[in-house]
Design a binder for this molecule. Structure first.
Ligand code: MTE
Ligand code: MOS
Length: 753
């Protein structure tokens, strides 16, 4: 019998937090009404395209325009046309917006063209030839470190860090076991569904406006200010509906907005630039390839004595965000363990590849893979199970991480491990596979990884950002949230609406999330580092509290109000006192300290903790690996929207499966040579196992409604869990990602030879 729904009343649901309310923009997305950048069009709009370097490194000698094209119909922009500084302003200003004299990587932008006909434009693009005197180039971490050529600064090093705790060098002599290993990870393409795209209008009277697919409106804003040399109020950046970012729309949109705006400035017309998949794959950022060396000392009973970790990432040709990616990778390198002596030395080096950039996890997936794979090998040497080795070394409340951060929040990794191993039937399966494997060419294995992920900017980063978010009330009792945080599928709109609605005791549809538009919203910092819910969500909560208090203080609203009473109070308040709004600014907790000089202190306000278990089968005839089952257990503070939160974990695990098994960037002279989805293989739904997601909720006192960040977490633990499962299944000593059949086949031959 069908249940009859109770009649809707205007009494608000008091339990919005922890409820899977539908995605705010979901209806627009599924009905096709959502406006992505390519859906926008302006009268007289031109299309723009980019002519790029075909050489990894050299001096631009000449630019040839083949005579069969009516060039007078085209807007042509080179570095000479830039009104301000020829740079993409971010951290260090080493990257030009358009190469002027030298090129430092393949696909580096040199010339921009615009024309009303995009097909003719493509013909024209092919008719431009950039003549380059080649210089010797560098394509690997090893060659960069060996300084075979100096291609950046004095020594090819963008940045290096040293994290030190205790006395590593003094620990080796007391060790019962010393285990070393070296681990590598490859580049990975973000593969957001919607490629990069931007539209710009620009002229000396009105300044520059850019609309586009992006994560960080104020990053783009800052870059355009510098590029055009205009006052900040002359630059406006608007985020259009964004079909995924995954870090890939953190820095690159500044470049593309710059290009579209330069063409618009010179032509006097709006210019649209949309990359197709091939251009997006070869020209924009990817995950940093990495190399990690581990040397670990243990006591006779398997306790860590010392960890000496050396971590290097390949930054590509320009500094971009490599130093912050390196920083996060460095801090996460020693994992969720207690170890009295730890040293992490790290560096980001230059190569003549397109700059590598932000990708979900931001350096941590690289260093966590190395650690968690290494620990399974350590366990073998010490004679413990992978499980027992971790149990003996898990960090507990009150102990310190490698960066000397005292863990003040409750943490119980052993309990998370129990839950994860139970749910995955780990022990039974481990035993059964060991018995069955010798009798089959299908080898099964099960493995896990333990890890933590810090939410928000590192160290003093949040203090420096000083983010703001605002909220106002309309006379109808509606709430508008103004934040620079963007929705890119991860749930910003819905989570902000839930936080505001819960705080104000209203229904969710009373909340409107304003479009991120720098002319309208304050700078809430970038939508990165899993910081939106925990940091900016907290500002939304505080702003909501403030306006609510104003209503109470005015005497126009009494506690335990309903929606009608709230609307009436808003109307009266605004009529009497004027606009009712609140702007909240981030206040750094006074008990969180970070020292950039020693790289010590409270690296993050909060960590999420997790255990992921992967079950695989490997067909030893084809060396193909399938992930058969996956369990993801994590402690993330209070879960605000269970469906969206589980979606974050499921999507991240899928991306982690790609990172582990399939996604292999093939480089030729610094250029991605498999920039098509037919030969850059990503997992499809057929390759994804059931993913069982479990949240352990311990409310975090400083998070909105107790929430911590979760967006990047799932990328850290997925690949090492899979690698450990493959090692268990086959006995192969996996040390490198991705574990493609080609790689595995070779390794299987050595094991079974
Ligand atoms: N989820 C979806 N659907 N789309 C995305 O682009 N980006 C990831 C993650 N989850 C992303 C996503 C990355 S790289 C980050 S840093 C976080 O979301 C950012 O959002 P948050 O601050 O809300 O976690
Ligand atoms: Mo996410 S890599 O911090 O955008």
């Amino acid at each position: 019998m069908a249940a009859i729904a109770p009649p809707r009343t205007s009494v608000p649901d008091p339990h919005l937090i922890g409820t899977s309310v539908p995605r705010k923009e979901g209806r627009e997305k599924v009905t096709g009404r959502a406006t992505y950048v390519d859906d926008l069009s302006f009268p007289e709009m031109l299309y723009g395209t980019t002519v790029r370097s075909t050489s990894p490194r050299g001096r631009i000698r000449n630019i040839h325009f083949r005579p069969n094209i009516p060039w007078n119909e085209f807007t042509i922009v080179t570095a000479k046309d830039i009104p301000g500084a020829n740079t993409i302003a971010l951290l260090i200003e080493d990257q030009p917006c358009l190469a002027a004299e030298f090129v430092n990587h393949p696909e580096e932008p040199v010339v921009l063209l615009a024309h009303p006909d995009k097909y003719f434009l493509e013909e024209a693009r092919r008719a431009v030839r950039i003549e380059i005197d080649p210089f010797p180039a560098i394509f690997t971490i090893e060659d960069s470190l060996a300084r075979k050529q100096i291609i950046w600064g004095q020594d090819n090093i963008f940045k290096s860090f040293l994290v030190e705790k205790g006395e590593v060098d003094a620990a080796w002599s007391a060790a019962a076991f010393i285990v070393e290993g070296e681990y590598e990870t490859g580049a990975q393409e973000q593969l957001y569904i919607e490629p990069q795209g931007m539209i710009a209008k620009a002229n000396p009277t009105n300044g520059v406006t850019a609309w586009g697919s992006l994560q960080c409106p104020y990053y783009v804003h800052k870059a355009l200010v510098r590029l055009f040399g205009l006052p900040t109020e002359q630059i406006r950046v608007v985020q259009t509906e964004t079909g995924g970012g995954f870090g890939g729309k953190e820095e690159y949109p500044s470049m593309l907005a710059g290009h579209a705006a330069l063409l618009a400035w010179k032509s006097g017309k709006p210019v649209k630039m949309i990359y197709d998949r091939a251009e997006d794959m070869v020209a924009t950022t990817k995950r940093h390839p990495s190399k990690t060396h581990h040397r670990t000392a243990l006591t006779s009973d398997g306790k860590f004595l010392a960890m000496d970790i050396d971590f290097t990432v390949d930054g590509g040709a320009y500094a971009t965000l490599s130093q912050v990616v390196l920083s996060r990778g460095t801090i996460h390198a020693a994992g969720p363990y207690h170890c009295p002596n730890v040293r992490v030395r790290s560096r980001a080096v230059a190569t003549n590849m397109p700059p590598h950039g932000a990708f979900r996890g931001f350096g941590a997936p690289q260093s966590v893979f190395a650690l968690e794979r290494h620990l399974d090998r350590v366990a073998q040497v010490v004679g413990l199970t992978p499980e027992e080795l971790r149990r003996r070394n898990f960090i507990h409340q009150g102990q310190t991480l490698a960066v000397h951060q005292v863990i003040r929040e409750p943490v119980d990794l052993a309990h998370l491990l129990d839950r994860a191993l139970d749910l995955s039937a780990y022990h039974a399966k481990r035993k059964r596979f060991q018995e069955e494997n010798p009798h089959s060419h299908i080898k099964r294995g099960i493995g896990f990884a333990a890890f933590l992920h810090g939410a928000g900017f590192t160290g003093s980063g949040e203090e420096y950002l000083a983010s703001e978010a605002a909220l106002d009330l309309t006379p109808e009792g509606r709430v508008r949230v103004f934040a620079g945080s963007t929705e890119m599928g991860q749930g910003t709109n819905t989570v902000f609406a839930q936080i505001a609605a819960e705080t104000l005791q209203l229904e969710i549809d009373r909340i409107q999330i304003m479009q991120p538009d720098t002319a309208m919203v304050p700078n809430s910092g970038p939508t990165v580092a899993s910081r939106t819910t925990m940091i900016v969500g907290k500002l939304v909560e505080s702003a909501a509290r403030t306006v609510q208090k104003s209503l109470f203080d005015s005497g126009l609203l009494q506690p335990n109000y309903n929606q009608e009473a709230f609307a009436a109070a808003c109307q009266q308040y605004i009529a009497k006192f004027g606009p009712l709004q609140s702007l909240c600014k981030y206040q750094h907790p006074t008990d969180l300290h970070w020292d950039d000089a020693t790289y010590r202190g409270d690296a993050y306000g909060a960590y999420a903790w997790a255990i992921y278990v992967a079950e695989v089968s490997v067909d030893t005839r084809t060396a193909e690996t399938r992930v058969e089952d996956f369990v993801a257990v994590q402690e993330v503070g209070k879960v605000i929207n269970p469906v969206l939160a589980a979606g974050q974990i499921e999507g991240g695990v899928a991306q982690g499966i790609g990172f582990a098994l399939y996604e292999n960037v093939v480089w030729r002279e610094g250029r991605m040579s498999n920039g098509q989805m037919t030969n850059y293989i990503m997992p499809t739904s057929m390759d994804i196992p059931p993913i069982r997601v479990l949240f352990e909720e311990i409310p975090y006192a400083r998070g909105p409604a107790g929430a911590k960040g979760i967006g990047e977490l799932p990328l850290d633990g997925t690949a090492p869990a899979i690698a450990n499962a493959i090692a268990h299944a086959t006995g192969v000593d996996v040390t490198r990602l991705p574990i493609t059949p080609e790689v595995l086949l070779e390794m299987l031959e050595t094991v079974h030879a």
